[in-house]
Design a binder for this molecule. Sequence first.
Ligand code: BES
Ligand code: ZN
Ligand code: ZN
Length: 507
Amino acid sequence: MKLQLDRREATVGSVDASVSGVFERSAKDEALPRNLAKEEQAAGGLLAPAWTRRELTGKRKELTVVHRPDGKGRVILIGLGGASSVDADTVRRAAAEAVRSLKGKGVRTVGFRLPSFVSERVTSEAAVRALADGAMLGGYEFMKYKSTRDSRVEEATIFLGDGFTREEAALKKALEQELTLLDCVLWTRDIANVPADTATPAWLAEEAKRMGKEVGIKVTVFDEEKLAEMKCGGILGVGGGSIHPPRMIVLEYAGGARSGKTVAVVGKGITFDSGGISLKPALHMGDMKFDKSGACAVMGIMRAAALLKAPPKVVGVMACAENLPGPSAYRPGDVVRSYNGKTIEILNTDAEGRVVLSDALGYVVDKHHPDEVIDLATLTGACVVALGDDTAAVVSTDDRLARGLLDASAATGEPLWRLPLTDYHRELVKSDLADVRNSTEIPPAGVLTASAFLETFVGKTPWAHLDIAGPAYTNATTRKYQPAYQNPGATAFGVRLVTRYLLDAGR
Ligand code: BES
Ligand code: ZN
Ligand code: ZN
């Protein structure tokens, strides 16, 4: 979809569908609000009767479509809820609802009237960004395996109107930045949605290399032989059961500022998680093609950092392997030695994410000396139980880093909640046989015992772990309850969040 800014008022008939936000009416509102005068004009006077009959109320998610009597397109009103409750995410959701509602209806062009989305808590710049997010993310479909497609919106325009023409230059700049970021999000979704028959560790490495060439960042791929030389026993153990051997992929972006800060971004890249010998039940096992979402997010973040010239130096590490049972698979009871020399007692081969991450974390702190490390991983089912399937957990040993990520979450609408890591959890991952165990004797606090395990491999470097098991993807059922900008399949959660953090962190 093409998206642009236009300084004019949305003119009648210039787009197939003209979309405006409507704030919820109060009980005493008799007449159509004055700020809907332009819409009323465009709709040929058809809104007032709908308002009087209380069919049009501005309740959140209410969608009213009025076809112009002259046949020149339609006016769409999308309810935003009470004006004081509207935030950027309301606008993001509304734009996505509008675009999705037009799918298959032969609507090619859409216009958003900016003034109708600006409110107390949503500045014009935030509204422009949120409309772009909603339109681009809501309009996304994964097309690789479809031979036909329904009609869809191809061109969207944000009309500023008289009140905002003075801000045109600033808004244009914000929009350009947002569109670059969104391009990286959709690019990430396109990769994360590819199933494991195609998306093997080696395939991810090729994609990373191609992207590195495109945006000018260095990409190094460690294959199974090199990983053996490097003594990455974790990733080799987990990948042992598959004929598609593991890869560790390192991406380096040199940084846009002289601030000298280096941020490492590490991702779990399990191309398929069957559970291994500790086999998962069949129900929803297919969703485990999305167990590479953390690594895919790392690729998207690196691409965005390079294209947007983020201030810090960024090192991305993708820990990629396929977790399958087989004659050479690692087993419960095995002990593997990770890159940093620590030994891991394997008690459950389905707790494989932390095992591959142990090498990636150990490697990046040893070789790149980052000032901080952020990892993204679809790590535990426990996280989905704790926070639901829309929210990621952040576990961090560093308050400033955690705060920065929570601020980025508020700005992007990708929900994040901090959970506490304590000595209790550290105690639970100690092993009788080795340094740590990959699965604990008692099940509670699965997000935090996984975090205590990971901490062993980052040492003293400020670190934040994002468990994205919930929001990394949706399926046919969970999709219904998610905002319209989350498509079915991989969501690329974390790309907008962490990129925002990188853009702000260097300031
Ligand atoms: N990939 C899964 C976690 C997951 C579950 C992601 C649901 C997305 C949705 C992970 O490798 C796993 O299986 N974790 C185990 C850990 C346990 C064996 C300690 C889990 O959560 O059950
Ligand atoms: Zn698993
Ligand atoms: Zn997994």
